[in-house]
Ligand binder design. Sequence first.
Ligand code: ATP
Length: 277
Amino acid sequence: MAVSMLARNEKIVLPAVEIPGQMPEAQNIIIETKNLSVFYGEKAAIQNVSLAFPEHQVTALIGPSGCGKSTFLRSLNRMNDEIAGCRMSGGIFYKGADITLSCADVFEIRKHIGMVFQRPNPFAKSVFENVAFGPKHHGVKKKAWLEEIVEESLKKAALWDEVKDRLHTSALALSGGQQQRLCIARALAMNPDVLLLDEPASALDPVSTGKIEELMLELKKDYTVAIVTHNLQQAARISDKTAFFYMGALIEAGDTTKMFTKPEKQQTRDYLSGFFG
Ligand SMILES: Nc1ncnc2c1ncn2[C@@H]1O[C@H](COP(=O)(O)OP(=O)(O)OP(=O)(O)O)[C@@H](O)[C@H]1O
């Protein structure tokens, strides 16, 4: 099944992947990896990871620096394709379609699976043009339609009230926290199903971090969210599921409350107790 043929609201129910510690009940899985390995040259950064992302839930990816969280996250919308010498094996299934296949259209994939990076990276354009950029690039020309997309995306990113009177001024004049919410609005403007967030609040002050966390809880009503975070309290506050990575392997994944109170693996217990990381 080609990804480009999937309608936005089409729901394909897949059985949950069996991972130690993961919820046994069947859930709508929107994206999942099966035996995914990612290599930089000869070195494996991710080894045989099978992980399923339940729809409308926040899944936090945690683990010590260098364990492969970002590499794994970036593979989910083929962002690693941009890195010379990076290759992967295994499968990534988005609504049942294997998006690792060479025939899969990466631009189409990234429309469905949007990404926001650690450092806010707005374009040196107006607030409006930042959000309208993707839809314009994908053929939306009508001004009224673009205005509607921009307003709706900024509202969903909880930024509209702060910028509605300065839509045509530079995005670079916004605060760091506003810029990050603008980047989220830019991703939402493409009407994705899945949002990938790589430490979206790590460069922000506590107030802006709080706004991003509140936003995550709001966004999961409409989207499936995967977030890399170093901040264990943040993972505990905002995620439904947590996946713990160590040295490129998925050690344990499951319900966040259970992971933080009764992890099954000793390595998870050690990491959560601060013994390493
Ligand atoms: N572009 C790259 N080229 C070569 N090796 C890379 C590249 N990016 C990451 N790596 C290596 O892959 C491994 C996993 O890195 P990755 O950034 O995915 O880990 P991480 O858990 O996200 O780390 P951090 O929490 O510090 O961001 C590390 O050994 C890293 O050095």
